[in-house]
Write a protein that binds this ligand. Structure first.
Ligand code: ADP
Length: 297
């Protein structure tokens, strides 16, 4: 791990730090474009983006499974291409789907992975296997999609990672169980101050689970902030161009989005701290998570 900078003695080493990351598939358009993203210890981040926005590509690049054509990725203080074994063992990953190990039983799979990790919480594994009702001795290929996904998550939690990355972790679960399951999952890791990042395109997954949301759009993280704070502060403000210019100058922060309307009017999406004076002719609207998603992705 990097020593803390003498100038910033209280700086925490990010669990993941991406800077200027660009990534294009051969013959395809740019998927990630000079993307910056920082994940800190103790953060639970829901990565939101439309289908095809590049969430899987971003998570794979973050983990060093894809090499970006530009930019840097550091995990737990080390360049991702040069992680030492001890640091690698502090990372957990649950891919979207995996057909590996179909002939193994869950018990065999877990025994196999246990042999790789110096740290392995058997009590937690046993507890979760029972609680999530995974048969131990049936071939993995015979499990349901949801059971496979839960098993994959148990495998990733077993070595108590400090950085846990999950790609659409609840995609195979039924809607009723999704959020409760996510809450439980997040609870498993939060008390250790770990970082959890999971992608989703289903907004209801995030409510009361993801304390931070990151919006991926046009190859970049357009915004990352605590969800409560966004719902509390972000407003759509509509008024004349002059009124909007005055308001933005007063706020002093760049707007999240500006849209020109007819007749010299403009609509601005911005954080509007409580008590900010707004001219009489200006309309201020609240946004829910669906609105934010529609506006920012
Ligand atoms: P998301 O996870 O947000 O749905 P992906 O990262 O899977 O998005 O995909 C982003 C874009 O890159 C999509 O347009 C997809 O078609 C394209 N893409 C993904 N994987 C590959 C690949 N291996 N080769 C070429 N294009 C790909």
């Amino acid at each position: 791990m990097t020593a803390p900078s003498p100038h910033f003695p209280h700086t925490t080493t990010p669990s993941a730090a991406l800077s200027g990351v660009s990534m294009t598939y051969p013959k395809g358009p740019a998927v990630l474009h000079q993307l910056d993203w920082t994940l800190l210890p103790g953060q639970v981040v829901g990565l939101l983006g439309r289908n095809g926005a590049g969430k899987t590509t971003l998570l794979e690049t973050l983990l060093g499974l894809r090499e970006p054509e530009a930019g840097q990725v550091r995990l737990l203080g080390q360049p991702v291409a040069q992680l030492d074994d001890a640091t690698r063992a502090r990372i957990g990953y649950v891919p979207q789907s995996s057909d590996l190990f179909e002939a193994f039983t869950p018990a065999q799979l877990l025994a196999y992975f246990r042999s790789f990790y110096p740290r392995w919480n058997e009590a937690k594994v046993e507890g979760l296997m029972s609680r999530w009702e995974i048969p131990r001795d049936q071939a993995i290929r015979k499990l349901s999609g949801g059971q496979k996904q839960r098993l994959s998550i148990i495998r990733a939690l077993a070595h108590e990672p400090d950085l846990l990355v999950l790609d659409e972790p609840v995609a195979s679960l039924d809607p009723a169980g999704r959020r409760d399951f996510l809450r439980e999952l997040v609870g498993e890791v939060l008390d250790r101050g770990a970082t959890v990042v999971f992608s989703t395109h289903i907004l209801s997954d995030l409510e009361r689970v993801a304390f931070n949301v990151a919006f991926l759009t046009q190859g970049r993280i357009a915004l990352q902030a605590p969800l409560d704070e966004l719902l509390d502060q972000v407003r759509a403000v509509t008024g004349s161009v002059t009124e909007m210019a005055a308001l933005l100058a007063r706020l002093g922060t760049p707007p999240l989005k500006r849209t020109a309307l007819e007749a010299g009017r403009e609509r601005v999406l911005t954080r509007l701290p409580a008590g900010t004076p707004v001219p009489a002719g200006v309309a201020v609207d609240r946004l829910n998570l669906d609105d934010l998603f529609a506006e920012l992705t």
